[in-house]
Design a protein around this ligand. Sequence first.
Ligand SMILES: [Zn+2]
Ligand SMILES: [Zn+2]
Length: 302
Amino acid sequence: MLKLIALTLLSSTAVVAQQAPAPTPPDYSKVSIVTTKISDHLYALDGAGGRIGVLVGPDGILLVDSEFAPLTDKIMAAVHAISNEPIRYLVNTHVHGDHTGGNENLGKLGVLIFSRDELRHRLNHPSPAANGTPGVPAPAAALPVVTYEGPVTFHLGTDEAHLIPVLHAHTDGDTIVRFSPADAVQAGDIFRSVGYPNIDRINGGSLRGLLDGLGQIIALAGPDTKILPGHGPITDRAAVIAQRDLVLAVRNRVADLIKQGKTQQEILDAHVTSEFDAKVGQPATGGDRFVGQVYAELTAAR
Ligand SMILES: [Zn+2]
Ligand SMILES: [Zn+2]
């Protein structure tokens, strides 16, 4: 009996290490939207949740991601402070609520929503929560109206936004957006410049896809390209290379320990990320979760 209890405790620790801590919703009334000009027609908006990209064309505006529903009014005000053109299109980089929460409000205003097929499917058939509670399907107005499998290009006057699908990376519905001639890449949560990477395996993410996505961003970017991470300060190609190298280092260390016959708990206890904790910021949220995800990826039956 005692042994059984010990095992149960051990396995619940292991599960916790793999899953994101339940996010505390921010006090939206206190959130203000910060606007950053990236180029003549491209802006970034930061409030709470994932960063938003705003591309202003001569006849309308394209948004990339929509943050949380209670922030829509503030986001609209920030967009209107940039331009009086109507918001016509919205692209979601992935399914998470801090990137799609404003979809319903914008959809009801007539904004045409675009996403990967997989993202639309997950909004409609959400995964259960970590505790097994069934997910609640998104309202009809929140669902993307146009879905795509391959690359898509928006032409807004002289500006282009290239949607580049990345399979099974942070989730299974990720899109990177490359803006030209703005010379910027919006990475969604495939790349965050604060905290450890997150492979959301429940929503179809994978280690191989995450590495592929980071590799694609590195390949698309030049030394002066502005990189807009899903979370964390706007940065450059060198920071994405450092992130890719971190992922490879953690993968190699965890793989070595698995080869030595270590258990998941022993691997977590080895703190293989300790040298990176200070660099990535927010170490409290990250190292163990990411190591747990890498362990799960490397030990999963393929
Ligand atoms: Zn996010
Ligand atoms: Zn995310």
